[in-house]
Design a protein around this ligand. Structure first.
Ligand SMILES: NC(=O)C1=CN([C@@H]2O[C@H](COP(=O)(O)OP(=O)(O)OC[C@H]3O[C@@H](n4cnc5c(N)ncnc54)[C@H](O)[C@@H]3O)[C@@H](O)[C@H]2O)[C@H](O)CC1
Ligand SMILES: [K+]
Length: 518
């Protein structure tokens, strides 16, 4: 499903209008989708308290009030801010509403009338601001929102929780904490970025009768894409057929990263995992996992892979289907040379992680020159090094930061975090699996191996990356159903086969599971 900015959705609304789907129809559909959700979820015997602003979000709210009242439901509606400049469709709906049994009040301040209305209601509907929010919410509307948030009542937001930026997920002053958000046309980017993601509650999408060419608009470059699983193991499956990976990772301080890299490749469907690491690390990893094929290398004074191994590594890379470098590696001079040579000379799909990102961030010309499929898997800090943009700036709008990075770096970039973003060829794919369980040491190393196997088994770098990121997050999601704390990268790794089984059974429903279309 495509994910839009506020501007994009306004453009789609206009296009729909130009195709004859008048604004009034769109507004009716928007209101109807919220009404039918309320009817189904809460029933029409409940008390509804609706807040309507002076824009078209308020217009949607008038429709909701009218439809509820037409079933004789108990409805109180507060108008928020001055309604003298209502736009045409909203104005018509406001006038229409006056013929229905709805208590219409003006919100003046957080006074006794308001507090008692909030206390007595069963459900609150937020139609204060939608995509038209263009500045911080202050004064009495801010106070109102705080009161709604403190009420403990279920809140259904129309289109966007008021106060959340549709594009970035920022809170503009204060924002409604919604239990459900019924969003119009398409979901908005801000729902998948922190802190907006904590305000939307469950997202339900209504296409408000857009013609499908708008819903699936090619001009929108952010989307949630659930890809097909990789093909089943062939009957004559043997390890060579299922893909060979070479992991160049680990140093004396990081013995877990190479283990997680190499074993997760096998756990997620890869055939043979080769691990190029120092002799010492190799000994430790082989005791933990004899399934991994070791390429023990000479160590330098810093406990990292010595540079005299470079030729051997480059030569070995010719025998495999994919190479990954960087997890728990090091940033010393020998490692720098190793990373530069690998990025420059390995003619296979390459995943660049961890310290290798830190190194290559200082030599972007080598990265830009690289002609073979490449995936970078930075966390926020590494992404900041890679782009030269501060973490604070990235957090303000991670979508724009990733679009900018893609202009400079012509590779697939996986920006890890809550809702990992995968940027490739000017498009961004939002990963919707995962939860805070995954924020544990070694989790990123498991991600590298999982992406590697999915790339090889799907024979497609971008789709493999999307699939690998999803499976990794899903492993954490399935664990989170049973456990709250105490999970480690080992648990995520061991649960990957379970995540794969689940994905294979349910992937067709996964998009709908997040968005119950109306
Ligand atoms: N356009 C369509 O065809 C459809 C729109 N739908 C709904 O409409 C809203 C977007 O409506 P819009 O009128 O553009 O904006 P808002 O309702 O969000 O409100 C704008 C209103 O509020 C003022 N304002 C903005 N920020 C603040 C602030 N911080 N404090 C005070 N006042 C503020 C601004 O000046 C305007 O007067 C969209 O989200 C949908 O819900 C449909 O669904 C149907 C089709
Ligand atoms: K709203």
């Amino acid at each position: 499903m495509k994910v839009a900015t506020g501007e994009e959705i306004k453009r789609l609304d206009k296009l729909a209008v130009s195709l004859g789907v008048k604004e009034e129809i769109l507004m009716e559909n928007a209101g109807y989708s919220v009404f039918s959700f309320l009817k189904e979820k809460f029933g029409l015997t409940k008390k509804f308290l609706i807040f309507a602003g002076s824009g078209n979000n308020g217009g949607d709210a008038f429709v909701v009030a009218r439809l509820l009242a037409s079933f004789n439901a108990s409805v109180t509606l507060f108008t928020v801010s001055d309604l003298t400049n209502l736009k045409e469709s909203a104005k018509k709906n406001f006038e229409l509403l006056k013929n229905y049994p709805v208590e219409i009040l003006e919100f003046e301040s957080v006074n006794r009338v308001l507090l008692s209305a909030i206390r007595e209601t069963d459900v609150i509907v937020d139609g204060i601001f939608g995509t038209g929010l263009n500045r911080r919410i202050e004064g009495k509307i801010a106070e109102l929102i705080v009161e709604i948030n403190n009420s403990g009542k279920p809140v259904v937001a129309i289109d966007i929780p008021s106060g959340i930026s549709a594009n970035t997920g920022a809170v503009l002053g204060v924002a409604i904490k919604a239990t459900y958000t019924i969003t119009m046309g398409l979901p908005k980017r801000g729902f998948f970025a922190f802190p907006g993601c904590d305000y939307v509650g469950k997202i339900i999408v209504s296409h408000i009768s857009y013609p499908p060419e708008l819903t699936f608009s090619k001009d929108i470059s952010v989307e949630i894409k659930i890809v097909e699983p990789y093909p089943e193991r062939p009957t004559n499956a043997h390890k060579g057929l299922l893909g060979k990976a070479l992991f160049i990772s680990g140093s004396s301080f990081y013995t877990g990263a190479p283990y997680f890299n190499a074993l997760s490749f096998l756990k997620s469907g890869g055939g043979i995992s080769f691990l190029a690491t120092t002799e010492n690390v190799s000994r430790i990893v082989s005791q933990r996992s004899p399934e991994i094929v070791q390429i023990p290398l000479k160590e330098n004074m810093q406990g990292a892979i010595a540079k005299e191994n470079i030729e051997k590594i480059l030569e070995f890379s010719k025998n495999v289907d994919i190479v990954a470098i960087g997890s728990g590696l090091s940033v010393d001079d020998d490692t720098e040379q190793l990373v530069l040579d690998v990025v420059d000379k390995v003619e296979k799909p390459l995943i660049i992680d961890g310290d290798a990102i830190t190194i290559i961030a200082r030599h972007k010309e080598v990265l830009k020159k690289r002609k073979f499929d490449t995936v970078l898997t930075p966390h926020m800090g590494e992404f900041s090094r890679l782009t030269g943009v501060s973490i604070d700036e990235i957090k303000k709008d991670k979508f724009s930061a990733l679009f900018m990075a893609m202009e400079e770096i012509p590779h697939t970039i996986v920006l890890k975090g809550e809702y990992t973003l995968i940027g490739s060829k000017g498009n961004i794919y939002i990963n919707t699996s995962g939860n805070p369980v995954l924020g544990t040491a070694g989790s990123g190393d498991v991600l590298v191996g999982t992406i590697a196997s999915c790339i090889v088994r799907k024979a497609n770098t971008v789709e493999g990356t999307i699939l690998g990121a999803y499976i990794h997050g899903l492993s954490g999601d399935l664990l989170a159903k049973e456990f709250r704390e105490g999970l480690t990268a080992e648990d995520i790794l061991q649960n990957i086969p379970n995540a794969i089984r689940y994905y294979w059974m349910h992937y067709k429903e996964l998009e709908g599971a997040l968005y119950e279309g109306l």
